[in-house]
Design a protein around this ligand. Sequence first.
Ligand code: XMP
Length: 507
Amino acid sequence: KVLILDFGSQYTQLIARRVRELNIYCEIHPFNKIPTEIESFKAVILSGGPSSVRAENAPHPDLSKIRGHMPLLGICYGAQYLSHFSGGLVAPSDSREYGRTNLSYIKVKEPLFNHIDTGSQVWMSHSDTIKDLPTNGLLIASTKDVENAAFIIEGEQTYGIQFHPEVYHSTDGKQLLENFLVHIAKLEQDWTPQSFVEETVEALQAQIGDDKVVLGLSGGVDSSVAAILLHKAIGKNLYCIFVNNGLLRKNEFESVLTQYEGMGLNVKGVDASARFLDALAGVSDPELKRKAIGRVFIEVFDDEAHQIEDVKWLAQGTIYPDVIESVSATGGPSATIKSHHNVGGLPDFMKLKIVEPLRALFKDEVRRVGASMEMDENILGRHPFPGPGLAIRILGDITAEKVRILQEVDAVFINNLKSWNLYDKVWQAGAILLPVNSVGVMGDERTYEKCVALRAVESTDGMTADWVNLPYEFLQNTSNEIINKVKGVNRVVYDISSKPPATIEWE
Ligand code: XMP
């Protein structure tokens, strides 16, 4: 496996994804927490980062157990690090070194640049530059503005590159990573969805034995794939609980429950809608809504879990982005924008051991693993849906009637996206019930009714997002259908805000 040491670059996760696209397993660790069992890694990549090596508090890890012992590739800050503290010189650059540029020189027969020709486009993003190479450094590539764009330290398998091979705009970036990992570090490309399933099922069997496991299904991709993996491993000893909080999409509870049963899962559907609605009555602050829902969910789940005799484990669909320890450039914690309740863990009174079969996977890998187990596209291709459900799409307080209206509106929107073949082109979509009434005319009658907003975004991870340019004709038909069919709504608007600054959910 490969170790990626993170210096706080916004691209670190991209490096990991590129490595895994090569079917090679890798892990991200913060630069100041190098794993102790370093021999289990066969190569190391140093990420970029926001710091300058010239700064007093510049990240300065001890690489003595790595450098010279195994192939090492420094990217951007990583390359500057390998220069500055090893006899080279890093200084502020005179010219702008951002964006796309092309390699103007590549040393012949240099294995790192196998199958890459001069002219290849690379992506730069740095304000410092490597003026002098480190001791024993040998120049292996340049661009027009950056002479020391890549170097090797002779006598070691240590490389530094100033550009970012992980980003899409570095056209041969993946080839470069393959050259480094496969040809130089001699890693096997054997980490595939199938091998992941085989290894994980075996590991789960060894970990769990004959114990019973309880898992909360949400209808989403992660918990569903986790359930199928566990089902393969321990069969009927997996007890799934699917809670209807009354804030799901229209008919979702019934249809998803049937699908789960069809997959052979031992699943119990629990309709706790009334309990959730009671807890939410009169609550309009978004964070208080989330807290109320989180609390009731835990109560309901706990009641159900107690009915399973002798259960020892709680399974969760946690994925890799939830567990990567992040490096914060400022040293301070990042601000809590929204308290996503699935992070945060286990209440004290549920003293169960935790099993998280997807802990190592990115979202797209979860989908690939699901597909390799022949799971239904209906589940794997489903848009993300927040745990608190429609509660955070009904602005202000929540009533059964408002939930009903929003479910109807949402169903028209989502069904139309599907019938227009737009559903898979959108990362997430949903409707929002606004706390305003507006005037309309229907026939000769004046109406004073609710307004709904439609939101559809493109994104890869939900961190940033842009609104989707849905065809006018689609919007026109959908708006007509909503206003004609859903009693209580007389106005539809489309949200054309990007994130940042506007979050995907309105609350
Ligand atoms: P925002 O609104 O923060 O949403 O741009 C980013 C992604 O997170 C989802 N989201 C939540 N998911 N509990 C969840 O499980 C929550 O409280 C929550 N709030 C937002 C949102 O649907 C989007 O996919």
